[in-house]
Design a protein around this ligand. Structure first.
Ligand code: HEM
Length: 365
């Protein structure tokens, strides 16, 4: 009893230490950025500046101010969306947001997620197959599902690299490759991004259609979250084919952020549909970039859990089969259903091209 109380105290102390560290890191990164946000907001939307002094020294400043804020009558230029304006106000505001808070906060957010994942890994290590491998395997993902997953994942990575290069290239790449080097690369990155986007969208839509059925929320997920997916309480919570965390990735990441990124991406990629005013284009770019950055942050978590974070998860998505002990530990309800429906586990040694796996008794588990 006493040792149980001590263990609970130690685990509470450990948890509060972890949470305090995370809070310090998040605040340390967020607080300085708030300064930028406030400064930028004040610049873009802030109170009217008093131009009287400038006007007394430069009588043309009033004209330039009118031009800057989209006053008509400055040019004779005509066009379907903007007529008679020398400077489109929305364009200048959008530029300031894009080069200001979008890049600053976006950059810190992505760095923050990577730091949190590294800290989490440093504190908790890899989630092992507790019973060790059984050497017996069951089917988890079919061939066409794996093809769909890796096609979409690879496109995502290329789109993320090219998209982030276009947004952050000015600060990160120009100092390294110079202006002309970046110009060539940015041109190529833009083409790749614009052509790959629609193909990737098809992959995301197919994932949504094919896998929504595995991700319907239920009571098991509530219990799964209460136990923090196994972090709180040290016991592995029950789960069906997908657990609560995977459902958050599916509905929050792939479904919600995916659809936002796809719709805004199509508006930007095909500006000739006739409804795209400058305002719509500026808003679409901001929404597209912000949703994509949040999705990339989410993706870091998904890719970490699927590889380094969890022993035995990746092989389900690479060769299609998982160890039965992994299945029982992470998706017990799904495994029971599978066996009840007649699936027979197959030994590793009988799988084509596989060396026989050592059973747990010989690996010291
Ligand atoms: C390149 C890095 C990636 C890795 C290493 C990775 C790994 C994995 C693994 C191992 C699984 C199987 C999990 C299980 O069997 O329970 C999985 C499932 C899945 N992955 Fe990925 N993945 C990556 C990228 C992506 C991307 C970019 C997307 C979406 C755009 C994606 C969407 C999904 C979905 C929807 C599932 C099924 C989970 C569910 O339906 O809730 N993955 N991934």
């Amino acid at each position: 009893m006493q040792s149980q109380t001590q263990a609970m105290k130690a685990s509470r102390r450990w948890r509060s230490m972890l949470w305090s560290m995370l809070a310090i890191i998040v605040l340390a990164m967020a607080l300085p950025s708030v300064g930028y946000l406030v400064a930028d907001a004040a610049q873009v939307y802030g109170p009217e500046r008093d131009f009287s002094e400038e006007m007394s020294s430069n009588p043309r400043s009033e004209m330039w101010r009118d031009a800057r804020f989209g006053q008509g009558g400055m040019t004779t230029q005509t066009g379907p969306y903007v007529t008679n304006q020398m400077i489109a106000n929305i364009g200048e505001n959008w530029r300031q947001v894009r080069t200001g808070p979008m890049t600053t906060l976006g950059g810190w957010f992505l760095i923050g997620v990577l730091v949190l994942i590294s800290l989490f890994f440093a504190f908790t290590g890899r989630s092992r197959i507790e019973e060790g491998r059984s050497g017996m395997t069951v089917v988890r993902w079919k061939g066409y599902e794996r093809f769909l997953h890796w096609f979409t994942a690879l496109s995502f990575v290329v789109l993320a690299i090219t998209g982030l290069s276009l947004l952050f290239g000015r600060y990160v790449l120009i100092p390294v490759v110079g202006h002309s080097g970046f110009a060539g690369y940015a041109q190529a990155a833009m083409y790749v991004h614009n052509f790959l986007g629609p193909a990737f969208s098809v992959g995301v839509l197919l994932m949504i259609v094919l896998w929504a059925k595995h991700n319907i929320p239920n009571r098991t997920d509530v219990e799964w979250f209460k136990q923090g997916g196994g972090i709180v309480g040290g016991k592995h919570p029950s789960a069906g084919k997908m657990n609560g965390g995977e459902k958050v990735w599916f509905w929050g990441g792939v479904f919600t952020l995916g659809l936002i990124v796809i719709v805004s991406g199509f508006i930007l990629d095909f500006p000739n549909w006739g409804f795209q005013t400058r305002e719509i284009m500026a808003w679409s770019q901001s929404i597209h970039a912000i949703a994509a950055i949040i999705w990339i942050g989410f993706f870091f978590g998904h890719a970490y859990i699927g590889t380094l974070g969890t022993e035995g998860a990746l092989e389900g998505m690479t060769r299609g089969r998982v160890d039965t002990n992994w299945a029982k530990q992470h998706h017990d309800l799904w495994y029971e259903d599978l066996i009840a429906n007649g699936e027979r586990p197959v030994p590793e040694s009988e799988l084509e091209g596989n060396k026989p796996a050592q059973p747990a008794s010989q690996t010291g588990h």
